[in-house]
Design a protein. Structure first.
Length: 108
């Protein structure tokens, strides 16, 4: 899988709740894998956009346990078959402390 630049984005104590890691998605990016390396005490919510990032809606990603979820409080790999998104975002929706690095890779 190829990584999407910027390869790693950090959500940290400097940015807190409301901070996000966002990537542009191209049509050729069919399978997406997001990696969250966490020391974050908080919640990350997954969002997608189909209009170039003008509006975002919560989306479900497959979590490590194999189920679909719109949020996570743990580190791991999260996957999605691209349904036509133009932007993908991991947003910190609740924050207590810490930081996490988020990266995104794709397969065509």
């Amino acid at each position: 899988m190829a990584q999407i630049l910027p390869q790693v984005q950090t959500i940290s104590t400097d940015t807190g709740a409301g901070a996000s890691a966002t990537w542009p998605i191209e049509t050729r990016m069919r399978a997406l894998t997001m990696q969250i390396q966490s020391g974050l005490s908080g919640t990350i919510t997954f969002y997608g956009s189909i209009d170039g990032g003008q509006t975002y809606s919560a989306i479900g990603m497959t979590i490590p346990a194999g189920t679909i979820a719109t949020t996570t409080t743990t580190a791991g790999l999260f996957t999605l078959i691209n349904p036509g998104l133009t932007q993908l975002r991991a947003k910190c929706t609740t924050f207590s402390s810490g930081a996490c690095d988020v990266s995104l890779a794709f397969a065509t």
